[in-house]
Design a protein around this ligand. Structure first.
Ligand SMILES: Cc1cc2nc3c(=O)[nH]c(=O)nc-3n(C[C@H](O)[C@H](O)[C@H](O)COP(=O)(O)O)c2cc1C
Length: 210
């Protein structure tokens, strides 16, 4: 059995929807167990209410120590000026103990994102988040163009070879499209298959090495 954590932050719910689609894709692979967890909110309640934050998110709050329990971690964040949200950065800023103990080395890492505008920093947010995962020793997995919806030009859409994404519009009124959700499911499936292959390969190496 391989264990995958989808770890996300979402103010308005778009990243949450992508997280659920990624989980659906991962669960299409047998022998995969998927948990979805959120990082803690940092905004005071009155501020969260005043910005219209989605307060009914059901995913449990992650503890930093949870990360060591998984074979793969798929990180989702809305962009903030082209980089990850402070809520997600705050969470990763507490992983020094895991880093010092090599606890995340060799685990699979992957990233997805939400932005308001089409060119508002999807790639920069995903790739700069990957840098943190690489410092922790994780093996980065993207989203291959074998997912042909990445190439479609018929409608405005998120979706990058680095990870799934959605575009929300400035007022957050746009919801993840069927194309974006399909791409997100592909990422979940691709990460699950890659993680299983890595685990089996390592088990084979351990069994044959002296
Ligand atoms: C402080 C701040 C900075 C933001 N910076 C960007 C940005 O650089 N580019 C962009 O397209 N959207 C930006 N946004 C919009 C958010 O990315 C958008 O609200 C988010 O993707 C919605 O996802 P959610 O529903 O999961 O919260 C910003 C929002 C805030 C509050």
């Amino acid at each position: 059995m391989c264990k995958i954590l989808i770890l996300y932050y979402s103010t308005h719910g778009h990243t949450e929807i992508l997280a659920n689609a990624i989980a659906d894709g991962g669960r299409s692979v047998i022998e995969v167990d998927i948990d979805i967890k959120r990082v803690p909110e940092l905004m005071p309640d009155d501020v969260a209410i005043s910005v219209g934050a989605k307060l009914d998110q059901v995913a449990p709050i992650a503890r930093v120590s949870d990360l060591a329990d998984y074979d793969a971690i798929i990180v989702g964040t809305p962009t903030r000026y082209g980089r990850m949200s402070s809520q997600m950065a705050n969470f990763f800023d507490q992983t020094a103990g895991l880093w010092a103990g090599d606890k995340l080395v060799g685990k699979v890492g992957s990233v997805f994102v939400s932005t308001a505008s089409q060119h508002g920093g999807q790639e920069t947010t995903i790739i700069s988040t990957m840098i943190s995962l690489m410092h922790l020793g994780m093996t980065i997995v993207g989203l291959p163009y074998a997912e042909k919806r990445l190439l479609q030009m018929d409608e405005i859409s998120g979706g990058t070879p680095y990870g799934a994404s959605t575009v929300t519009d400035g007022d957050g009124s746009r919801q993840p499209s069927e194309i974006e959700l399909g791409i997100a499911r592909s990422q979940g499936r691709h990460v699950a298959l890659t993680t299983l292959a890595l685990l089996r390969g390592r088990a084979g190496i351990a069994a044959t090495s002296t």
